[in-house]
Design a protein around this ligand. Sequence first.
Ligand code: ADP
Length: 494
Amino acid sequence: MTIVETDTAQSTRESELLARIPDGLFIGGRWEAGTRDPIEVQDPATGRVIKRIANATPEDGVRALDAAAAAADAWAATAPRVRAEILRRAFDLLQERRDDFALLMTLEMGKPLAEANGEVTYGGEFLRWFSEEAVRISGRFGQNPEGTGTMVVSQRPVGPCYLITPWNFPLAMATRKIAPALAAGCTVVVKPAELTPLTTLFFAQLLADAGVPDGVVNVVQTSTAREVSAPIIADPRLRKLSFTGSTPVGRSLLAQAGQNVLRTSMELGGNAPFVVFDDADLDKAVEGAMLAKFRNIGQACTAANRFIVHESVADEFARRVTEKVEALRIGRGTDDGVTIGPLIDDRAVASMSTLVEDAVSRGARVLTGGSAPEGDGYFFEPTVLVDVQPDSDILREEIFGPILAITTFSTEDEAVTAANSTEYGLVGYVFTQDLARGQRMIDRVDTGMMGLNTGLVSNAAAPFGGVKQSGLGREGGLEGIHEYLSTKYTLIPA
Ligand code: ADP
């Protein structure tokens, strides 16, 4: 594979953009400087600090909830059409500011610019989709079975929400929560990941420009997520917690949410199986594998984690995929032609090395990659492992990086057992040209989402989410807005 020598100096365009990004906390429609040592945001391709921004205290967090609570009634009473048009304006503004958002995500998170552009498109679709859903919130009514009255079922905004987002998709994870909440008539406090908060701050400014009233969206980035979150979650004014992140943190948040019987949505970890049958179109399977494994540098909860390949095609699949991996170009995401950026931090790089060492010590072979290249930034070579043994950590843990680990199977039952042997159940990928077999796999693989002969399933119009320890609730689709609505039933006697 090629390592693109990168000019690590910041360009004028980058400096000019970073200077325009707000550096405060956004509370009640005002930017506040914050009172603690700032958060230092790094460019993971160079390890350099690119911006210093305000760092919320637990008191700031509670004040953000004050603002969201104060704005809640007026926003819930705002006509759905008005809410819809504000979201639509936000969608339009995002298209106008597309290049800035894409570059900003590349700078703070590392993904190649082309992928960052893809995220602007994907993230933007949640604004457009939920602008359309805002005016279609409906209920039902009917006579009660006894014939003595009318039963009316309606939907009400659930109330102030706390939204915690991860660093891997800085824009899309924010829009996927904020857009349905606002469409439903809820106000929000957003806590972006401390590693990539700039996109959320820039987006908060965009929402204000689109006409979102003061207090409806508040942002509290912090270096102490647990300390700032706990009092917000314990506050009886909060009505909903939506979290995307790791399963251990999700478990802890669910326990905290239990105290006040909070509504929750949890998008947690994944350990996606990618099953290739002997009758698969191998070109499609290889193409799907590259997308499912190396998009976002493997840092996605939907990333294919375990490649389960029929023994008769495993060597050929490994050979073809290795050829593609060796053609990848590693470097700073802003550089032309780069297809693999850095990982998010040094811990992520160390974790890749540990996973490879463990797999190799148990008998796996490295076909390409396997280590961190010399130099600045948090890079790890895209890697292909074969002969991965069942007891290897890499099959149990969520990899969250560019390692493609291949195991083999001989019968369909074995493939199903392997696919389901995880506590996670977010997404599965199956490659076969036999439609009946594909249908059986869809029924038998225990996940919230499936890709049949494709390596990418995410879509704003579809319900994203998992079963088992991958989470609770769905984001996007018709289901997404219901996470922010509560059902009210009224009986009107005849
Ligand atoms: P990741 O492995 O993707 O960083 P995390 O679950 O650690 O996943 O982080 C996802 C989000 O959860 C981030 O915004 C992070 O700041 C936040 N977070 C981490 N720990 C806690 C916690 N104890 N309470 C609230 N938020 C947390």
